[in-house]
Design a protein around this ligand. Structure first.
Ligand SMILES: NC(=O)c1ccc[n+]([C@@H]2O[C@H](COP(=O)([O-])OP(=O)(O)OC[C@H]3O[C@@H](n4cnc5c(N)ncnc54)[C@H](O)[C@@H]3O)[C@@H](O)[C@H]2O)c1
Length: 420
């Protein structure tokens, strides 16, 4: 057991998790690891996991190290040994579980996208706001903020190394839906997933664009497409993760997008472009982004997540150019607990970083980011994308909180066709 500097074991933070498949496994790994790697003020204890199938949830508890298994998330929330509820279920149950947990006095971590609609996300953000006055902490699981290279990228932007921002481009490409025989899992049904590649991948892209720039998107223009509109129904139980499971002979309707492309304008006037698809053959988890400013640029690819490319445009042109920063130095974000320089990290480490930051937030009472309000703002962008796509890609404003600066004025010479 870890000890504090005084030699005493830190107090515990009992965690209860709902859902135990893909994100359940990743979050379990994060909760198990964070306290062993980082010096934490509270020791996360994997108190109980909840699922609907008694045999499966007991097996998951054993595999992932949870002390108890529950078959009803309400029972999990009511447990005295659970102080934090971690929601790892599809979007259709986020609001109900998270709000119940907040009302029961628990801290909450909720997977992304925060909800399946803006209305749900608004209710969740209001519940989180009310709970914060009682000292409760809420956070959304946008884990890519916790890739060290991206946390470091954020500090380059805030330190002014890129200067005034001009462009943000983010693409998030996967290929597990290329095969038309891939069955109709919950991720392809609007009632469960809210949207398709848009909410699944586009939500990360939007969150990262807003996090890295420190600005909100104020409007979007979008195209979406569902290339394969009917898929085989599942023959048996739904598999976890991105797996397809067993297909039956019968077909059902795909009710979400396969791909979403959109442009956007940030509050400062910088322009952004986004692409989210699960139909990019050969691309497995290619989250790529580039930001261009007056003083420099940065670029990142999740498939090479220990690296950040940075170009300092203030250097003499003869020697300037993109250089590769290996983000594994002890002074880089989150690296203090890990391996010597060059001994890289991977996808799973982002969940340990997420758990670390959340534990610090609970111990200090300081609200962490991304908050439910941040999750709501992403949801508003997703809704504006869908509205725009329904209306032939018309530029669609995103409602922004009043404190955000309004877009830069349109110069008189700007062509009328440029939407604001
Ligand atoms: N942060 C990321 O990078 C990332 C990656 C994948 C998924 N996600 C998000 O995580 C969430 C879960 O996705 P996943 O990939 O783990 O899905 P999954 O299908 O692998 O697992 C879902 C789990 O929820 C359980 N479940 C479903 N409905 C339930 C209910 N009503 N009550 C209790 N349990 C229920 C299922 O039995 C399963 O254990 C989604 O919101 C998804 O968007 C985030």
């Amino acid at each position: 057991m870890e000890q504090t500097e005084s030699g005493a074991a830190p107090p515990t933070l009992g965690v209860g998790m709902v859902g135990y498949a893909f994100m359940g496994a990743a979050h379990s790994q994060g909760w198990r690891t964070a306290g062993r790697v980082f010096d934490l003020p509270l020791r996360p204890v994997l108190a109980a996991v909840a699922g609907r199938d008694a045999t499966a949830v007991r097996a998951a508890a054993r595999r992932h190290g949870w002390a108890a298994a529950e078959t009803d998330w309400r029972t999990l929330i009511a447990r005295d040994d659970v102080q934090l509820v971690d929601v790892c279920t599809p979007g259709d149950s986020h609001a109900e579980i998270a709000i119940a947990a907040l009302e029961a006095g628990k801290h909450v971590l909720c997977e992304k996208p925060l909800a399946n609609s803006v209305a749900e996300a608004e209710t969740m953000a209001a519940a989180a706001e009310a709970a914060s006055t009682r000292g409760q902490i809420s956070m959304v699981g946008f884990n890519y903020r916790r890739v060290p290279a991206l946390s470091y990228a954020r500090s380059l932007v805030t330190d002014g190394r890129l200067g005034t921002l001009r462009h943000v481009r983010v693409s998030y490409l996967q290929d597990w839906l290329v095969d038309p025989a891939f069955p109709l899992t919950w991720r392809l049904e609007r009632e469960h997933a809210g949207s398709g590649a848009l909410g699944d991948l586009g939500a990360h892209a939007v969150d990262l664009a807003q996090y890295l720039t420190g600005e909100l998107l104020v409007g979007v223009s979008a195209l979406t497409e569902t290339f394969v509109r009917k898929r085989p129904l599942l023959a048996g139980a739904a598999p976890g993760g991105l797996g397809g499971g067993v297909a039956s002979e019968a077909y059902g309707q795909v009710t979400v997008d396969d791909a979403a492309l959109f442009t956007g304008r940030l509050a400062s006037g910088a322009l952004a472009s986004f692409e989210a698809t699960r139909m990019a053959a050969g691309r497995k988890n290619a989250l790529r982004l580039e930001i261009n400013g007056e003083r420099g640029s940065l670029a990142f690819d999740l498939e090479r997540l220990n690296e950040l490319s940075f170009h300092d445009h203030t250097e003499p042109a003869v020697s300037a150019g993109f250089r590769r920063i290996l983000v594994t130095e002890p002074d880089h974000p989150y690296l203090e607990g890990w391996w010597p320089p060059g001994h890289g990290l991977g996808y799973e480490h982002t969940f340990a970083h997420q758990a670390r930051d959340l534990v610090h937030a609970v111990a200090s009472g300081i609200a962490p980011a991304p908050s439910f309000a941040d999750g709501l703002q992403v949801q508003r962008v997703l809704a504006a994308v869908e509205d725009s796509a329904r209306n032939s890609a018309v530029y669609t404003p995103v409602p922004v909180p009043v404190a955000v600066p309004t877009p830069v004025p349109v110069p008189d010479s700007a062509p009328d066709s440029v939407p604001r």
